[in-house]
Design a protein around this ligand. Sequence first.
Ligand SMILES: Cc1cc2nc3c(=O)[nH]c(=O)nc-3n(C[C@H](O)[C@H](O)[C@H](O)COP(=O)(O)OP(=O)(O)OC[C@H]3O[C@@H](n4cnc5c(N)ncnc54)[C@H](O)[C@@H]3O)c2cc1C
Ligand code: FES
Length: 266
Amino acid sequence: MTPSPTAAGVFALPLASTADIAAGTSWLRFRPPPDTACEPGQFFMLSTVAPSPVAYLGRPFSIGDVRDGEWFFMLRALGRGTAWLRTLELGTMMRLVGPLGVGFARDESKVHRMIAGGIGLAPFLFLARRLRTEQPEAAIELYYGERDARSHIELTADEKELFDTVERFTDDGSLGIAGSVVDGLENRWAEPEVAWYGCGPQPMLRAAAAKLEEHDVDSAQFAFEERMACGFGVCQACIVPNRYPPPRYHLLCTEGPVLEIGKVAW
Ligand SMILES: Cc1cc2nc3c(=O)[nH]c(=O)nc-3n(C[C@H](O)[C@H](O)[C@H](O)COP(=O)(O)OP(=O)(O)OC[C@H]3O[C@@H](n4cnc5c(N)ncnc54)[C@H](O)[C@@H]3O)c2cc1C
Ligand code: FES
């Protein structure tokens, strides 16, 4: 299923709740107006209505989950903007611009396999929730890697039920299987009837794309979490080089953030 077009808007919403879920990582929850549609893989630019003392521009965040009409964003503090967003008090009026970009296509498949590195987990709960409803017979798998146990986001019982398989990895072996997700997938790259989805740091995506191409898998959708400034095609900050001539770039905020791996010059 190709994501249906969604109308982007500018929303001023109070921060309804926050919950810490791992080192430096929280859920932010908002109550949007009823029937505001968004698709897994799309994102919002988040800032405050009052000008911020530390972050003038909004920061992009994937729609982490939608439950009972409420929006959830999984936020990990990386630099000053995200660290500041994590400190906001409940009720702070926030500015949400979106939903922006093109999300994941959800074609029929026997298996939907998601590979996540770190905060690259963010778009996959919402994606899995949609797939569960749309394709109840399909197997949904999550392969999720983190640096260590402290950074690892423990899924709730409800979230675990979205997946038939959850395999966890840490670089230092402090939780789950020691090593990277890409190494951990071993010989599963060539399995038939698998729809692949990825999100995480570029080196992880590059390594996963190389494995898939090595096994002649030519279709996989990877979501990029590059730097963005405007979020809607003006500043040209969010480019990734395309694969084929003529040389040009994909603008991740309008053509992505989800791209087919074959479109990218890794
Ligand atoms: C489409 C999209 C969806 C995203 N979804 C999420 C999400 O759901 N949850 C989440 O926590 N984060 C997400 N991110 C990443 C998040 O937007 C960045 O972490 C944030 O913009 C960094 O802002 P900052 O002010 O904290 O960092 P800055 O102070 O601007 O930078 C701090 C350091 O991090 C580096 N940096 C900044 N941005 C990035 C980046 N995007 N990737 C790698 N290094 C970076 C800088 O070079 C610098 O070294 C997403 C990004 C994109 C583009
Ligand atoms: S973020 Fe400005 S063009 Fe993409």
